[in-house]
Structure formats: structure tokens, C-alpha cells
Design a protein around this ligand. Structure first.
Ligand code: SF4
Ligand code: SF4
Length: 297
């Protein structure tokens, strides 16, 4: 079984318990205005170009008409690009990067298994993205193979998939990291491009299945940094027995630079970080509304 992998990151400590190998799969059904991984949106591989790293050597233009020079300045046009990656291989300064490669589920699990000694009691493999359940058959196969090797499996998901897919995934997953971005359905559609109805239905499904879930909540200034939002998250956590913990993730602007490298514009384009302390004030007020532990990442 093959799939499109964006990246495999080792020794991660924020993608579930313990030390983990995080496998980022490409493709996502949401378009969050603040997305910090815009290179994950499309399922197909694509080239990122960082103009700040370009030394104008011309090597890429020698092999592909997608690269051109005008008055000594390099430009890259993605129209017509077949993402063969030859230009990125030739780029001496890492200004070009091919994002996305085809791997088998077996290769992914072998890569994770190399880190097994570091997992100890609670670490393991985390499937993330993008949205890993966009490639549900691939994600299922990775999780099954990992569990056969005794590797703990976390799935970080936005929850936007069919209930049938979520149920199958639950059967081979130890812990879900479940993103909740907004609880108001209109605002959810406005800022992510999709309704939150199926996302909440799938969370209820995991609750019925007694599947452990950590809620992960990105906090974005001017969008959901409000007491009302934190109170709604607290009420949701309290209502769902499956929720063991809530983690708030303050906005960071890394997606803005990545979107530029993809010749796209990030809808929420603020380049200012949101401090952990600022989010903590809201989290501490809302913590009084639930006995589920809150933390700010
Ligand atoms: S990835 Fe291939 S097709 Fe695309 S710009 Fe580079 S060399 Fe050209
Ligand atoms: S190969 Fe890399 S450094 Fe050279 S011109 Fe192309 S993008 Fe710039």
C-alpha cells in the first residue's frame, strides 16, 4: 500500500505522550485561514521556493523551463510543474524543496521502528498531516503494521471524514489528538471552509467507542481568543467522557512564510506570535468550568 508522505519527524515531544516519530501525510479537506502547514493542503507533491536562499546560480533553469531569469533575478512558475524534483536536487542552496514523496506503509513503519528504543513506555508513532484520514487506507495500514510491532499509535485529526473511516481508524489507534478549532458552525465554515457538523459527530462516535481523546485547540487572536470560546471548549470536554485532556496551541506565524514559498497568500496573515502567557489567562478562567485538565503548549 502506497501513500503520499510530506515528512517524517523524529524525537517529537508535542505530538502525543513520550518521544514520538511523527509521520505527516499530505492532503487536507480543511483550509484554515491560519494554517501553519499550507504545504500539506494538496495531496500531490509540490515544489517550495525560498527566494531568500536563492544565490542565482541558474542550475535549475538549465534543466527546466519552470525556472527563468529576468535581469539576474530567478523566478519559478508552478504552472506546468510535474513535481519531478530534479530542480530541487540540483539546487545547491536549498532554495528549492520538493514536498511529498511516495512511500509504502511498510517503509513508514520501518522508519518509525528505528526509533523504538527511544519510545520507552509511552512514546510511539503519531500520524499527522495535513489530515491523515484523507489517505485513510494508507493511514489504517500504517497503524495496523505499527501495532503489530508493539508501537503505540496516536492519530492527530481534524475529524473531517466519514463515520465509517473514523470507526475503522479507532480500532487500530491508541489515542486521538482531536483538533477543535471553532464551535460556532458559521464561524467554523467561514475560517476553515467546512462545517463542523461531521467533526462533532465523529467526536461523539469516539466517545461512544470509549476511545481516549486529547482535544487540541489552536488559539488565534481576533478569531477565537475569547472567554466564550474557552467556555464552549470546557463544556464540550466536560460532556465527552472520552476526553482526557485539553491542549491549547497559541498561534504562530510559520505558515505565512511557507505560503509565500508556495506562491500563495495566507488568509490570516499576521506575523506576530501569540504568547503562551496570554492564552494561559483565558485557559485558567475556563478551567473552573471542567474537571478535565487544561494545558497551553
Ligand atoms: S519539479 Fe521538475 S517540473 Fe517542477 S520545476 Fe522542478 S524540474 Fe521543473
Ligand atoms: S538552483 Fe536554487 S539557488 Fe540556483 S537559481 Fe535555482 S533556485 Fe536559485
Amino acid at each position: 500500500m502506497n501513500g503520499m508522505v510530506m515528512n517524517i519527524q523524529r524525537f517529537c515531544v508535542q505530538d502525543g505522550p513520550g518521544i514520538r516519530t511523527t509521520v505527516f501525510l499530505k492532503g487536507c479537506p480543511l483550509r484554515c485561514a491560519w494554517c501553519h502547514n499550507p504545504e500539506s493542503h494538496h495531496a500531490a507533491p509540490e515544489v517550495l521556493y525560498d527566494a531568500d536562499k536563492c544565490i542565482g546560480c541558474g542550475a535549475c533553469a538549465e534543466i527546466c523551463s519552470g525556472h527563468s531569469f529576468s535581469e539576474g533575478i530567478h523566478s519559478y512558475s508552478c504552472s506546468g510543474c510535474i513535481a519531478c524534483g530534479r530542480c530541487a536536487q540540483r539546487c545547491y542552496s536549498d532554495a528549492l524543496e520538493l514536498c511529498g514523496r511516495t512511500m509504502t506503509a511498510q517503509e513508514v513503519v520501518e522508519a518509525a521502528a528505528r526509533d523504538k528504543a527511544f519510545y520507552r513506555d509511552n512514546g510511539g508513532l503519531t500520524l499527522s498531516g495535513g489530515e491523515p484520514l484523507m489517505q485513510s487506507a494508507f493511514a489504517l495500514e500504517i497503524a495496523k503494521l505499527a501495532r503489530q510491532q508493539g508501537i503505540h499509535v496516536c492519530v492527530e485529526t481534524c475529524g473531517e471524514c466519514s463515520s465509517a473511516v473514523m470507526e475503522k481508524m479507532a480500532a487500530v489507534t491508541d489515542l486521538f489528538l482531536y483538533d477543535i478549532k471553532l464551535l460556532d458552525p458559521d464561524l467554523h465554515r467561514q475560517y476553515t471552509g467546512v462545517s463542523n457538523e461531521q467533526i462533532l459527530r465523529n467526536l461523539e462516535l469516539l466517545d461512544r467507542l470509549n476511545q481516549p481523546v486529547i482535544l487540541r485547540c489552536p488559539i488565534i487572536p481576533d478569531i477565537n481568543l475569547t472567554d466564550e470560546h474557552f467556555a464552549k471548549i470546557a463544556a464540550l470536554a466536560q460532556r465527552m467522557d472520552c476526553v482526557t485532556e485539553v491542549q491549547f496551541e497559541p498561534y504562530h506565524p510559520l505558515g505565512v512564510q511557507k505560503a509565500k514559498r508556495l506562491s500563495r497568500r495566507q488568509p490570516y496573515g499576521s506575523e506576530a506570535f501569540l504568547s503562551r502567557e496570554e492564552v494561559l489567562v483565558f485557559a485558567q478562567r475556563a478551567q473552573k468550568l471542567t474537571n478535565k485538565p487544561f494545558s497551553v503548549q
